[in-house]
Design a binder for this molecule. Structure first.
Ligand code: ARG
Length: 451
């Protein structure tokens, strides 16, 4: 029996190493190492609580696992794991523990990699969901702070639909929209965090529980779960929380992508609304004059790429029966990939956003272009008693005339007058924007600090 594989007693021939390599998830699941150590220590508590391990064995095992934790933190463990023929990080940690202490031979009592993987993945999800929540809250807070600056400055910009000039808005209103979007993202991550702390799969064994008296409550409590899972087969066979986390990541990166698309446009000379600082811009190897907003473009591309990977991860679960099937290893690897790349994309977006400077004068100068005040003029006619249809037609004709003569639609009613004229809650009027920002700020406090 190979020292590195966790099975083999019933086999007579050696494994095909190419198939072992094909089946290895080590590259993707090494990131789970710190969480496996915590999970393994909780299993030691369950074994001790059930009288399966002696106190001396438990002490030995915990010391060995602490050594592994230090090796993981120092980066040394990855070298050990990569040098071996391991199926996954769990097998590598088990082997290292057995190398450190003879007590290691008893660590896997009553445990399957199935409940181990499921538990480890939930601990990972809890940690990464907290990071995602903090990242989204951080972006929302940045947007909110900048909205307050622009509200004070009174910056107006042409709001568009279909990318066509629509109605003037305050830049603070646009930034408030960005903040709302990321507040929703933070809330989405917070829900995943809660789900990842409910039921602890550890002690579920391969699929049906254990004939050993494992102290499952002790393990669940040690890992900060509410309770042991209620159904062993479901506990080892679900990847719901990992998929929800990947989903939250994809959604947040899609939101960042939408903002990125707008920033890319704003940074073109044709728009001239914004300038991305040197720290976040890149040049061309050929054209000396170039400054490109690459981080925003890369975030935009990640939204598409991660969405595809996420769809793949969900897809791997569709055709498999309840309980564990090896397909779930692919689900796990894909979900982890989405999470790691998604969180990196959010951090990159936040940094690039910090490096973005707005050109208030340029925005204001163009806010009235394209007759963006037309709706307010029609509203004024309606307020004076005209029907909506007549008012629309009257101002429509005025637009055609102004366009033909190259004159403004109204001598004094400009973009600033337009935003001040708005009267509804949630509108772009300065008072409504100030109220919305205050309300959102209160909500954001509950999402903790930025990462
Ligand atoms: N590497 C596997 C995974 O990540 C571990 C579980 C293996 N279990 C099994 N019954 N073969 O899914």
């Amino acid at each position: 029996m190979s020292k590195e594989l966790q099975w083999g007693g019933r086999f007579k021939e050696a494994p095909d190493l190419e198939l072992i390599a094909f089946g290895s998830s080590l590259d993707e699941d090494l990131v789970l190492a710190p969480f496996d150590v915590a999970c393994s220590q909780a299993h030691v508590a369950a074994l001790l609580g059930g009288g399966i391990l002696s106190q001396a064995q438990a002490t030995e095992l915990n010391a060995a696992l602490n050594t592994v934790a230090r090796e993981v933190a120092a980066g040394a463990f990855a070298g050990f794991a990569r040098a071996g023929t391991f199926e996954d990080v769990h097998g590598a940690i088990d082997a290292r523990v057995r190398e450190i202490t003879d007590a290691g031979e008893s660590l896997h009592a009553g445990r399957s990699r199935n409940d181990q993987v499921a538990t480890t993945l939930l601990l990972y999800a809890r940690d990464r969901a907290a990071r995602g929540r903090a990242s989204c809250a951080g972006i929302a807070k940045r947007a909110l702070a900048r909205a307050r600056e622009e509200l004070a400055a009174g910056t107006v910009v042409a709001g568009t639909t279909h990318w066509q000039p629509a109605q003037p808005v305050l830049l603070a209103f646009w930034l408030g929209a960005l903040a709302e979007m990321f507040a929703r993202g933070a809330r989405r991550f917070a829900r995943v965090e809660d789900d990842a702390a409910r039921f602890c799969p550890l002690g579920s064994g391969a699929l049906s529980g254990s004939s050993l008296r494992l102290d499952r409550a002790a393990a669940a409590a040690a890992l900060g779960f509410e309770a042991p899972s209620r159904n062993a087969m479901d506990a080892i066979g679900t990847r719901d929380v990992a998929l929800d986390l990947a989903h939250a990541c994809v959604r947040a990166v899609v939101d960042a992508s939408r903002a990125s698309e707008e920033f890319v446009m704003w940074c073109t000379p044709a728009f001239g609304y914004a300038r991305l600082g040197d720290s976040a811009s890149t040049g061309s190897s050929l054209m000396p004059q170039k400054r490109n907003p690459d981080p925003f473009e890369l975030v935009r591309s990640q939204a598409a790429a991660l969405n595809g990977t996420y769809a793949g991860a969900v897809g791997t679960t569709a055709g498999i029966a309840l309980s564990y099937h090896r397909d779930l290893q692919t689900t796990k690897a894909l979900a982890i990939g989405v999470v790691e790349k998604g969180l990196a994309s959010l951090r990159a977006f936040a940094r690039a956003f910090d490096a973005l400077a707005f050109d208030r004068e340029r925005m204001a100068a163009r806010a009235g272009d394209g007759y963006t005040v037309a709706t307010d003029l029609a509203d004024a006619l309606i307020a004076g008693g005209e029907s909506a249809r007549d008012a629309h037609a009257t101002i429509g004709r005025a637009v055609a005339e102004a366009e033909a003569n190259g004159t403004p639609l109204h001598p004094t009613f400009d973009a600033e007058a337009s935003v001040r004229a708005k009267k509804t809650v949630g509108s772009t009027s300065p008072a409504a924007v100030a109220a919305a920002l205050d309300s959102l700020e209160k909500e954001l406090i509950t999402f903790g600090d930025s990462a």
